[in-house]
Design a protein around this ligand. Structure first.
Ligand SMILES: *[C@@H]1O[C@H](CO)[C@@H](O)[C@H](O)[C@H]1NC(C)=O
Ligand SMILES: *[C@@H]1O[C@H](CO)[C@@H](O)[C@H](O)[C@H]1NC(C)=O
Ligand SMILES: *[C@@H]1O[C@H](CO)[C@@H](O)[C@H](O)[C@H]1NC(C)=O
Ligand SMILES: *[C@@H]1O[C@H](CO)[C@@H](O)[C@H](O)[C@H]1NC(C)=O
Ligand SMILES: [Cu+2]
Length: 383
């Protein structure tokens, strides 16, 4: 008892940095790297090697200075003039450009062949913009949901201090989120403790310009355009939701990676099996952020947390691929439309993804490997 008190006092006084013991998925990564090494020695990927690959890190493993450098770079992107304002009058910054592209391509890039490869391309391009246009020296961090799932609002991600990604929204009474395609007993995700404007941390002054389009909060101001691309300035809102976070613990991610042998199932379980009452870790992470635009299917990249969330999605694909590189670096599935609606052909490695006016066509084949994809321009691992 006394010992515990003394330890607590010491920890409080010295502000000992929190360290995170590796979870089962982290341990799996360590084991898998030898497979990747072996694969690369058999099939060298140009100038991309494990030694020179970029390392994307978990938010909680960055130093405070590194976290600040990242949020400063995002704020910088939000201060640079948009390239998409001709097609999207609501786009006011380079940050908004990425939201525009996501909105325009949402039905193509979800529950389709392109979900994983397109988001890989999208994140890489954003990371590059932070570096080349905003002087950022680091790389895109990811959010390992499971580390913080028990108490997300008090995590280094959402605690609202100046080294966080900003905190929860202020509390405004609101309803949970209803998923009509789910069985009755699991249809409603209870609300979290926020719902209002974000008032703490680096993004407390942020203006959300575009959307909403398919919001999870009710009562938001309507966008002047039906396509959501008109100007609709409002505050960033969040509803950091521990009920959603509970669906992203390590047993879910570990199970996802180790129990799905075909990318069809990996992606299907990841994106959720709503008719079976399963939200999946992709929606689980999105609705841990919730709010506006974080909880909006189309506009979600307008919350800066989106990028850390989808990097974790990309990381899980990377880990899953490492379990059987010979097969999984060339395995695609599904069709070219969301839930095959309207019906379309199966996607292939020769189909292309682009980022609208921001970047041109890249074959799915070139987005399959983080180690040497796009002629060596993709060269990164997660640690
Ligand atoms: C928010 O805006 C106010 C008023 O413009 C300014 O004083 C403050 O520094 C800004 N805070 C941040 C975190 O940018
Ligand atoms: C993960 O753990 C939770 C809580 O113990 C449990 O409800 C859930 O079914 C588990 N999920 C999987 C995929 O094992
Ligand atoms: C499309 O993929 C499905 C599932 O893998 C397969 O059963 C079907 O034969 C494919 N269709 C065509 C036209 O290749
Ligand atoms: C590998 O070469 C490509 C093309 O020259 C270059 O863009 C990329 O930065 C290089 N990657 C590394 C890790 O050196
Ligand atoms: Cu998305």
């Amino acid at each position: 008892m006394l010992g515990q008190l003394v330890l607590a006092a010491v920890a409080a006084n010295l502000a000992i940095a929190q360290t995170y013991p590796p979870d089962d998925v982290d341990i799996l990564v360590k084991k898998s790297l030898s497979k990747l090494k072996e694969y690369l020695s058999k099939y060298p990927q140009g100038n991309c090697t494990l030694e020179n690959a970029i390392r994307r890190k978990e938010w909680g493993d960055l130093t405070k200075q590194e976290r600040k450098a990242y949020t400063d770079a995002v704020l910088c992107l939000q201060s640079k003039p948009a390239l998409t304002s001709a097609e999207a009058p609501g786009a006011k910054s380079r940050f908004d450009d990425y939201v525009v592209v996501h909105i325009q391509q949402t039905p193509r890039n979800h529950a389709s062949t392109f979900f994983l490869p397109w988001h890989r391309y999208y994140i890489w391009h954003y990371e590059n913009a932070l570096r080349t246009e905003c002087g950022y020296k680091g790389y895109q961090p990811y959010w390992n949901w499971a580390r913080y799932a028990n108490d997300p609002v008090n995590s280094p991600v959402f605690n609202g201090d100046e080294y966080s990604m900003s905190g929860d929204g202020s509390y405004v009474p609101h309803e949970g989120i209803t998923f009509p395609s789910m069985p009755v007993e699991s249809r409603v995700l209870p609300p979290g403790g926020g719902g209002g404007c974000v008032t703490t941390g680096p993004f407390k002054n942020m203006t959300v310009n575009i959307g909403p389009l398919l919001p999870s909060l009710s009562g938001l101001p309507r966008n002047p355009q039906a396509d959501g691309l008109g100007w609709n300035p409002r505050c960033l809102r969040r509803d950091v939701n521990k009920h959603a976070a509970a669906l992203t613990t390590t047993n879910y991610t570990y199970d996802l990676i180790t129990n799905n042998n075909h990318v069809y199932w990996f992606q299907t379980v990841m994106e959720g099996q709503f008719d079976e009452g399963k939200l999946g870790v992709h929606a689980g992470g999105h609705y841990t952020i919730s709010g506006d635009p974080g909880g909006d299917f189309y506009v979600s990249p307008g919350d800066p947390m989106f990028w850390l969330h989808h990097s974790q999605i990309d990381r899980l694909w990377w880990i899953w691929q490492m379990q059987d590189l010979e097969t999984r670096l060339s395995q695609v599935s599904m069709t070219k439309t969301m839930y095959n609606n309207p019906p379309s052909e199966n996607g292939t490695l020769d189909d292309v993804s682009n980022l609208g006016v921001l970047a041109g066509d890249v074959k799915v084949r070139d987005l399959m490997s983080t180690m040497g994809g796009m002629g060596g321009r993709l060269c990164y691992i997660y640690e």
